[in-house]
Design a binder for this molecule. Sequence first.
Ligand code: CTP
Length: 398
Amino acid sequence: MSSLINKHVLLGVSGGIAAYKSAELIRRLKDLGADVRVVMTSAAQEFITPLTLQALSGNPVYTELLDPEAEAGMGHIELARWADIFFIAPCTADLIARLALGQGNDLLTTIALACQAPLALAPAMNQAMWSHAATQDNLALLINRGAKVFGPDSGSQACGDTGFGRMSEPAVLATQLSECFSSGLLSGLNVVITAGPTREAIDPVRYISNHSSGKMGYALAQACAEAGARTRLISGPTQLSCPANVERIDVTSAQEMLDAALACKADIFIGAAAVADYRPETIAEQKIKKQGADTGTTTLTLVQNPDIIATIASDINKPFVVGFAAETENVVSYARSKLIKKRLDLVIANDVSRQDIGFNSDDNAVTLISATGEEYLEPRSKYQLALELVRRIAIAYR
Ligand code: CTP
């Protein structure tokens, strides 16, 4: 089942008669779960109004490059960063030419230059314009740079001609777009991921835990499933829904997480969970009553939890093991010592002292550490970071 759940689709609409199909396209993209934002050229607005596309997408529509109000909200660079994919449908012959040249003479082309996400195009034009050598050469250049091209279809055209140049049907385009996210990098592999916090019970109503949201582990699970792996997500308590094609195993405590991890066969094991290092020595059967009326203090005896990732990595047939290191100081050196001590293949180091990234935030920046080197990955959404990490994990595993 194709899905665009959690995907940010930036839809570019240029000025051709097929622009009327953009309304339907937005609905089909949203049906597959996408969050859609729309950028229109000025010619596109002659064919369909921004208001229509705003109502259907549920987001403001962007039309002007030099608009202080729009730039004060989500400016062109932020829009480019927001996108998981930039999809231009319909894409006219003129726009194909401007993209091939690398022009930045309106909002849409400027975003295309600034956007590092994949580019997909659905051409739509008269059949003679489509078969013109200039259009075909420009398109070949864009394909060579990595652009995906969907369609066009053949049939009768608005101008009365018959031939190739009709924009493909919106439902077909939405499915083709969702398939762009299936890389096949991990196909045939078993990936097991731990995520979220653990809860260590004190008594029937209280527990020790931490602020982990689980977002990074869930984003990695989504990216692994999209890369073709059989993906099992061993999750502590979170508010998140399970990504498509991921098998979630719900656990509460560190011990339950370890038991679940040992029961899963893995080629690649990723420990993204914020496991509580300690648990109460005993769990009181009844709610503990207030104590220490004289001193105002009470004492809880804690014992160490098993180290899940180190246990997995100590197996003689150990999988490829990727750990996280949540640090507030000496990030790289502490993370490197975890790589060695826990016998990990890769460590993803997180500076959790930064307010803008990490725990509970939607964005993250990490340093990826291996036995031979380290690399800083700039801040971006946890999903975009997960895609990048999965690419590197796949290369290191192979
Ligand atoms: N981890 C684990 N089991 C534990 C503790 C940690 O599997 N009991 C894993 C985490 O999922 C992460 C890595 O070990 O992949 C490092 O976790 P972190 O909390 O950064 O380090 P700790 O080993 O707990 O060390 P410290 O708290 O002293 O920094």
